[in-house]
Design a protein around this ligand. Structure first.
Ligand code: SF4
Ligand code: SF4
Length: 402
């Protein structure tokens, strides 16, 4: 687990680049010993004009405007690698870089078109795809099990399932949601969703520098969460999990919170009797940046995969804290065209090549962004017949015969 803590982020709300030295968290930033670990560990470090180490130098020299002008941090995909490795424990990804990005974003006159569209869609429709909010719960009509909606059932539930955007609208994300619903039923969990009322949790907007949009979404979702009675929140969206845990907590979010992967690992004994179908797959698991480096959930997904009859688990060269980012965080989902125009290798391609090297036929994930990113990378590499991408919950649901 990394050094991120909610109090640090509380502080970050009041701290600015200009008054860092007045806050313990800011003093930590200024304690940088220029070791260069952050630059060396950054997946886009070689193409970044100003990696974290240099940003701190520029800040101390009063030259931070140069960093804004370079648009350097559009290459930051918020992978938490620099933060996890910094020997000074500086909260780079969570605290310093969002502050720099926010000011950079305010001066950016040529926001990449795909990113701009996603942010506009999020503001207007509550999801980056620009889908109608009225269709958010449409996937429930094709669920193999009933999916109750809070506004309709009008009673308290044990689990409020925050579905999020890709898992509501993207066809492969909807597969993930149908599998999750099946697992809730199999584990005997009393659950419901927010349905069409739900909006994006906004974490990627924040991490790309759109703090205003993130605050708008935070205010809306907090109002919505307070409207309904429930005991705990479960979400399969790793970025929403992070937003709730580290950011919403600064504005009163005090609900018990779980990500689906560790949640179902806690309920594994209830699920095991239902895992009766043998899946003869060789599976390699990708540790996502949010669940892995940021929150330390390395064992839970592997415990779930290990409980599926027939599954053989093999590991990639880079796992755990050293996992290679899929490139989708911090706005990276909507920067592929921008990166391609600059001639950068897509991080999802880099990761998929490593997955293929294991000889596995399934690449398992626990973050909804990764399914579409890795499936696309497999197609680009001409390897989509050799390997498929499945969320851990999809594999569990597949191993249930009814
Ligand atoms: S890893 Fe930490 S201490 Fe080392 S240069 Fe980067 S910010 Fe400074
Ligand atoms: S969070 Fe990741 S992408 Fe961003 S600067 Fe740090 S190592 Fe690089």
């Amino acid at each position: 687990m990394t050094n991120a803590t909610a109090p640090a982020e509380t502080e970050a709300r009041e701290m600015t680049l200009q008054n860092l030295g007045e806050f313990p968290e800011g003093q930590k930033v200024l304690s940088c010993m220029q070791c260069g670990t952050c630059a060396a560990t950054c997946p886009y470090g070689e193409v970044m004009d100003y990696p974290p180490r240099q940003i701190i130098t520029m800040l101390q020299a009063g030259l931070i405007e140069e960093v804004f002008k370079s648009h350097s941090l559009l290459n930051c995909v918020a992978c938490y690698a620099c933060m996890a490795k910094c020997p000074r424990g500086i909260n780079l990804t969570e605290v310093l870089l969002p502050m720099v990005k926010e000011q950079m974003f305010a001066t950016l006159t040529d926001v990449p078109a795909e990113l701009q569209k996603a942010l506009q869609n999020t503001l207007r429709y509550g999801n980056p795809m620009g889908e109608s909010p009225r269709k958010r719960a449409l996937w429930t009509k094709t669920s193999p099990v009933p999916v109750p909606i809070m506004a309709e059932i009008k009673r308290p539930v044990d689990v409020l399932w925050f579905v999020e955007c890709y898992t509501s609208f993207h066809p492969r994300g909807q597969d993930n949601s149908r599998a999750t619903a099946k697992l809730f039923h199999a584990a005997g969990i009393d659950f419901a969703i927010l349905g069409n009322e739900e909006k994006c949790a906004g974490e990627c907007a924040r991490l790309v520098g759109e703090a205003g949009l993130f605050e708008t979404l935070t205010d809306y979702n907090m109002m919505l969460l307070r409207k309904y009675p429930f005991k705990r929140i479960v979400t399969g969206a790793a970025h929403a999990y992070d937003a709730f845990k580290y950011q919403y907590s600064t504005v009163g979010f005090d609900f018990e919170l779980h990500h689906t992967t560790p949640f179902f690992a806690q309920h594994l004994e209830k699920l095991k009797p239902r895992l009766t179908k043998k899946l003869d797959y060789t599976v390699t698991y990708h540790d996502s940046c949010c669940l892995g480096r940021h929150n330390g959930f390395y064992d839970a997904p592997r415990a779930l995969l290990g409980a599926i009859p027939g599954v053989k688990l093999v590991e990639m060269t880079h796992t755990g804290v050293n996992s290679i980012c899929c490139g989708g965080g911090g706005g990276g989902m909507w920067l592929d065209t921008y990166y391609a125009a600059k001639g950068y290798e897509r991080l999802s391609d880099r990761r998929v090549k490593e997955a293929l090297d294991t000889g596995a036929d399934v690449l398992a994930v626990s973050c909804p962004y990764e399914i579409s990113r890795f499936e696309d990378a497999l197609k680009v590499l001409g390897a989509d017949k050799r390997m498929v991408v499945r969320d851990v919950v999809e594999l569990l649901a597949e191993a249930m015969e009814d």
